[in-house]
Write a protein that binds this ligand. Structure first.
Ligand SMILES: [Fe+2]
Length: 273
């Protein structure tokens, strides 16, 4: 089976449409969404509709659970809270019900375990970022102990692409630009990055193709009309004007520079406050 894994759509309809079209072209038979369907952008309901039409298997992200008031917004950025409030006012009851019913973790055909944040955590798993080797090891060990027998865990939340292999207690990262052949005896942690809320130099939507027959994983990148999507967000008053005033390539270069200096998160918080 060809499984298309996507995450962190964040109500960006243009990005999701382009991604699902690319999945169709790639022969995807099952769509798996790792949560954060809503938040940050302005098309939560059309995105939910598209996922439902695609028959996607979906887990809940922290933004989904905050919009539905299943968790508080403590620890969310000011911009995220603004978008959550905006979304709550506009989401019809049937979409709230759909989001509210999403599980935190799910098993896809004993081939793949899906979670938004981290597998090794029970309560609050949608909030934990797998951004350290220690946490990745713990999630890999939880995967090894998972009753499904699956050897692949797909997660999102960090908005950062990554393919990690865990074997004999060792963890290492694969080049996301090359197709990865999955080895028996290893387990894998896959992060498809983000469809609709880029936080790196990569402005395209990204997703992963997991071919369970061939036992391969590859990354796909999809260009879309991001100006249209983010202009709607700006008009809604969610996105700070000062960030969007900077052309996208300059903004990406600036973000890369701040990241290398180790001050990106601090500057981002100031801008978004
Ligand atoms: Fe997210």
């Amino acid at each position: 089976m060809r499984i298309g894994i996507l995450s962190d759509i964040h109500a960006n309809l243009e990005a999701l449409e382009a991604t699902l079209a690319d999945m169709g072209g790639a022969g995807v038979e099952r769509v798996v969404c790792l949560g954060d369907v809503v938040g940050y952008n302005t098309d939560p309901s059309p995105c939910i509709r598209l996922l439902r039409e695609a028959g996607a298997v979906c887990v809940a992200g922290n933004h989904d659970r905050a919009v539905t008031r299943q968790i508080p917004t403590d620890g969310f950025s000011v911009r995220a809270i603004r978008a959550i409030a905006w979304t709550r006012k506009r989401l019809p009851p049937e979409d709230v019900a759909w989001l509210s019913a999403l599980p935190l973790k799910t098993n896809v055909g004993d081939q793949l375990v899906a979670v938004h944040g981290a597998l090794h955590v029970d309560r609050g798993c949608e909030l934990v970022r797998l951004n350290s080797e220690d946490r990745m090891r713990r999630t890999a060990q939880a995967l090894l102990a998972h009753p499904s027998g699956a050897r692949v865990c797909a997660y999102g939340h960090t908005h950062r692409l990554g393919i990690h292999e865990y074997r004999n207690g060792e963890l290492w990262e694969h080049d996301p630009d090359s197709e990865v052949a999955l080895r028996g005896g290893s387990c894998y942690l896959l992060n498809p990055g983000t469809v609709g809320e880029p936080r790196s130099e990569e402005r395209r939507a990204t997703w992963m193709l997991f071919d369970t027959g061939r036992r391969t994983v590859s990354v796909r990148r999809v260009a879309y009309d991001d100006r249209a999507a983010f202009e709607k967000t700006r008009r809604a008053g969610i996105e700070p004007r000062r960030l969007l005033a900077i052309p996208a390539p300059v903004r990406a270069a600036l973000q890369g520079g701040l990241r290398r200096m180790g001050i990106y998160e601090m500057v981002r918080r100031v801008i978004n406050s």
